[in-house]
Design a protein. Structure first.
Lengths: 245, 259
């Protein structure tokens, strides 16, 4: 089943810059799609188009009517004046859901990302990794069918990033949510995705598509396996090819 | 706060007062030219019934003006933030009101408005409202772009975006404006009292200063001056406390440096 379909989508900014051109993409239910590319290839713009935060200047985007979207930004983008649980229940509050249900679902979402007991903590009292977990809980609280993530772990240290990668994979496997994950890291995309879209720049376009056939969720030790190394090599070659175009 | 932080300024103050008293006595300066701190304290105690009444009058006008400045300035700021058109149309007039010296408009207001208290209030309000307005407008327009997109993504209404995002985000800006406005409300009240002078039925601290000047009761003049300063400091400190209490959980400005 296709959740979102893009046909010949292009995006030109008011300044005249052509950010994206001729993007054809089908996002299927339940997949983990990584969008991989160098800085400035328009991958964030593509994600914003998928989210409906921006309109394409050419082509067409068709969305399944019932889809509910969660979005995780590059930074945690929490409201600094609200504690963790108030941040997480924000989407429910905006949707006019009653207070008791907001609290219950927000507490469950925080539990889901491993932050039980931190409900009353303010963002500034949390570490970068914990703030990102709160942000993910906020995206999950509406029980979205589509979770869009824009380089969410780029600013975190490596160990925290690895742990969040594993937790994200477990969440994905456990909930059946469709994930579109923007990243500039080959290793991260190979570790996470079931499909990788490699993008080239000027204008941003799809240069290659790679299916990852590694088992999901990844077995322990996958990061150091020969299979992982081989997949990373293939993906790096595809990315280098895209950058040489 | 460390005790040293409070002791240092107190020591400076005591040294200045002591030196002042010493010099006045040493050179035998007459009290109608420059009274020493002891004479001023004496006048303050002696004239307390008179001065405390005036203190309350000035305090009342300054606080009412501040209240008006906060409510009207805040409401105007929200209206400006709702529409660029409204802001463009009205903001220049707020600036005009701000840059015109209150001393120059006060006589007109005193002529137009029969009630002296009300005209003093209007003068003080004119001086105090601008920092609240301009800071709050700036704060309302400073919402983080990603936060705005987040609200859009979840289909927030204009009202929800204002209430849950723009207003809390504008709070630190508003409070900074409030602290400036608190001092200005007092200045506005005092200036207006001076302009109203003996012509009005004013009995605030500024009126006491004028009166004491005419009567050459210079220690009383200094006592009234000291009370105005004390009032200004008290307003500033009280607003600082409000600011700290409202921001201490989340805003960088209210954080204690660590380490």
């Amino acid at each position: 089943m296709t959740l979102v379909a893009l046909d010949g989508v292009g995006k030109r900014f008011a300044s005249g810059t052509e950010a994206l051109a001729g993007i054809d993409l089908r996002i299927g239910a339940g997949e983990f799609l990584a969008i991989l590319g160098p800085s400035g290839c328009g991958k964030s713009t593509l994600l914003r188009l998928i989210a409906g935060l921006a309109e394409p200047s050419s082509g067409r985007i068709t969305r399944q009517a019932s889809r509910q979207v969660g979005f995780v930004f590059q930074e945690a983008t929490l409201l600094p004046w609200s504690d963790a649980i108030t941040n997480v229940r924000l989407p429910l509050r905006l949707a006019g859901i009653d207070r008791a249900e907001q609290e219950a679902r927000a507490a469950a979402a925080l539990d889901q990302v491993g932050l039980r007991g931190f409900e009353r903590a303010y963002p500034r009292e949390l570490s970068g990794g914990m703030r990102m977990r709160v942000s993910i809980a906020r995206a999950l609280v509406t029980r979205p069918s589509l979770l869009l993530m824009d380089e969410p772990f780029a600013a975190l240290d490596e160990l925290t990033r690895h742990r969040l990668n594993d937790d994200l994979l477990a969440l994905w496997a456990g909930s059946g949510v469709t994930v579109v994950f923007v990243t500039h890291s080959v290793f991260e995309s190979v570790y996470l995705a079931s499909r990788i879209l490699v993008m080239a720049t000027r204008p941003g376009r799809v240069a290659a598509e790679l299916a990852m056939e590694a088992p999901a969720p990844r077995p322990t030790g996958f990061r150091t396996s020969a299979e992982y190394a081989a997949l990373c090599r293939a993906t790096t070659e595809a990315l280098e090819g895209a950058m040489a175009q | 706060m460390k005790i040293v932080d409070a002791l240092a300024p107190a020591a400076v103050g005591l040294a200045v007062l002591g030196g002042w008293e010493g010099l006045v006595r040493l050179y035998g300066v007459p009290p109608y030219v420059l009274p020493g701190p002891v004479a001023i304290a004496h006048a303050l105690a002696e004239d307390w019934p008179l001065l405390s009444g005036s203190l309350l009058v000035t305090l009342r006008i300054a606080l009412l003006a501040l209240l008006l400045a906060v409510s009207l300035g805040g409401l105007l700021a929200v209206a400006f933030a709702q529409s660029r058109w409204v802001e463009r149309a009205f903001f220049p007039y707020a600036v005009v009101l701000q840059v015109t010296p209150v001393v120059a408009i006060a006589p007109l207001i005193l002529i137009w408005v029969d009630d002296v208290t009300l005209s003093l209030l209007i003068c003080a309000w004119i001086v105090a409202f601008f920092p609240v307005l301009s800071n709050t407008v700036l704060g309302l327009n400073s919402a983080d772009r990603n936060h705005v997109e987040l609200f859009r993504l979840y289909g927030a209404s204009r009202w929800q975006t204002l209430w849950l995002l723009r207003l809390p985000g504008a709070l630190p800006f508003f409070l900074a404006g409030l602290r400036v406005a608190g001092g200005l409300a007092l200045i506005g009240a005092v200036v207006a009292e001076f302009v109203a002078g003996a012509g009005g039925a004013g009995s605030g601290l500024a009126f006491r200063i004028l009166e004491a000047g005419y009567q050459l009761k210079i220690p009383r003049l200094f006592a009234a001056l000291a009370l105005i300063s004390a009032l200004g400091i008290a307003i500033f400190a009280a607003l600082g406390l409000v600011q700290h209490l409202l921001l201490r959980r989340w805003h960088e400005s209210a954080m204690q440096p660590e380490g």
